[in-house]
Design a protein around this ligand. Sequence first.
Ligand code: CP
Length: 307
Amino acid sequence: MLKRKDLLGLRDLSKDEMLQILGTAVEMKEIIESGNKKTGHLVGKNVVTLFYENSTRTRTSFETAAKIMSANCTSISASASSVQKGETLIDTGLNLDALLTDVIVLRHSMSGAPHLLARNVRASVINGGDGMNEHPTQALLDIFTMREEFGDELRGLKVVIAGDVKHSRVARSNIWGLSKLGAELTVVSPRTLLPLEIEKTGVKVSDNLDEAISGANVVMGLRVQLERQNASLLPSVSEYMRFYGITDSRMAKADAQAILMHPGPLNRNVEVSSSAADGDNSRILKQVTNGVAVRMALMYLLCGGSV
Ligand code: CP
């Protein structure tokens, strides 16, 4: 079991805790690969997915994981809940406690919302993505996918994260998680899409994808978050693709065994060419399947399970 109530980010998760989740996820992956879609790991537990922002992968992945492990699973969208009548996040959480909830998976547009909820409810809170802060389970499934590909030891693995780093909670969680495992990280982005003082996290920074991708083991594209571009941070989408798009010819500059990753949803031919996204090096859909195993492991361990 994990000696913590909540999973709010990888910044405050220890390396040992990360390895515990990733190790348990290996066993969960074996279960789902065997074709077994019903286990007893979470019999009698109630899981609620509480999403204030849209989602396809994260929400479905948590709900699939909960149902495979025989939890009762309820899905709440803010747009169809009493949030629309003015109920606060804390009051919503207290009511979910009163409804015998064991795990709340929260996605929210405000950075820090899961931390606020976690301080006020009895249930375990899992951050399903908060604003521009963190998306810890996405990074855990990304790291799981890299370990499947390159072995458990990621020290020295050359990882390039390319795209809209400024708005990306996925990038932040990967930076925290991969740094703890000793990977060599380079973030590549136009200067307008880089957070201030990103270098202080220890990553290398570049605005030249053609140079940075050379010899990389992992190339991770980030979605251009068109909905968060309230300032004119990009000259144009076509110019972005020309300088920062991940294409077959750019992938050819990476290591011969390099893999292409992307958290989704993918803007085809904006941050990644369709051909690269569907190519042999792409692990984009494998990441999605691995997300089920990682979320099974996390919920099981938070609910007191051990392997
Ligand atoms: N990767 C990810 O968070 O996708 P969704 O927004 O579809 O959940």
